[in-house]
Design a protein around this ligand. Structure first.
Ligand code: O7M
Length: 215
């Protein structure tokens, strides 16, 4: 993913009309659009084909299954035109390897969740976040997902993964995190949803977040 704006839109609206309207409005300010279950269950995987005309798409299915099922999910998503996929890591190295193999065949990216941004994200993830980050490096993933709500954890995870992998970081705005703080802590991109798509002026909010990050 080209690092121009450092902003990824989390497009968690559930209908095509709003999705395309918001994506078009903010296209100058985002490097990628993240779509997940809310929009794809609402409109089908075909929405990815429409969105890639506007910006590269990361498919957030937090893939977490046995290697064969993971492979099938990744193949569907990349055939639909997505440039990247988000997977969990707790299912183990063989499952992650399966996703990375498909991504390598398509020339696309895999991002692995380390510790999640919501309060419950510390309950089970905290003790394993570092190990998952290490595994992401060893498996040849493109990057990891780490919480903007805890910039100190982004710092810890950056130390583990080094400079080669990217950190994409949700939790800015609606969840209380600051874009500038988490970029300073070592994130490459912030992922922002509600603050942008629930706003009367998505483009204005997106621009403001970009300005905060000096992009
Ligand atoms: O800005 P928000 O809070 O409206 O949206 C944040 C988006 O990031 C939303 O799509 C979440 O599903 C996602 N997300 C988190 O909020 N926290 C995480 O720890 C991980 C993700 C995510 O994108 O995982 C890949």
């Amino acid at each position: 993913m080209e690092k121009k704006n450092r902003l990824i839109l989390a497009l968690d609206v559930t209908d095509r009309e709003n999705a395309l309207r918001i994506a078009n409005e903010v296209s100058d300010y985002v490097d990628s659009i993240k779509v997940g279950y809310p929009l794809v269950l609402g409109e089908g995987l075909g929405i990815v084909k429409e969105l890639v005309e506007i910006a590269p798409v990361i498919a957030d299915f937090k893939v977490a299954d046995i290697p064969n099922t993971d492979r099938l999910i990744c193949e569907h998503v990349f055939n639909a035109g997505a440039a990247g996929i988000i997977t969990h890591g707790f299912t183990g190295r063989d499952s992650l390897d399966s996703c990375v193999k498909v991504a390598n065949d398509f020339g696309t990216d895999v991002y692995v969740v380390t510790e999640m941004s919501h309060p419950g994200g510390v309950e089970f993830f905290r003790p394993v976040a570092e190990d998952i980050a290490k595994m992401a490096v060893e498996a040849g993933a493109s990057g990891v997902v780490a919480p903007a709500t805890r910039p100190e954890r982004v710092k810890d995870i950056r130390k583990i993964i080094g400079e080669e992998l990217s950190i994409i970081s949700p939790g800015v705005g609606a969840q209380g995190g600051s874009a500038a703080d988490v970029i300073r802590a070592g994130a490459d991109w912030v992922i922002v949803g509600r603050s942008i798509y629930n706003s009367d002026s998505p483009a204005k909010v997106a621009k403001k977040i970009c300005d905060e990050m000096n992009c």
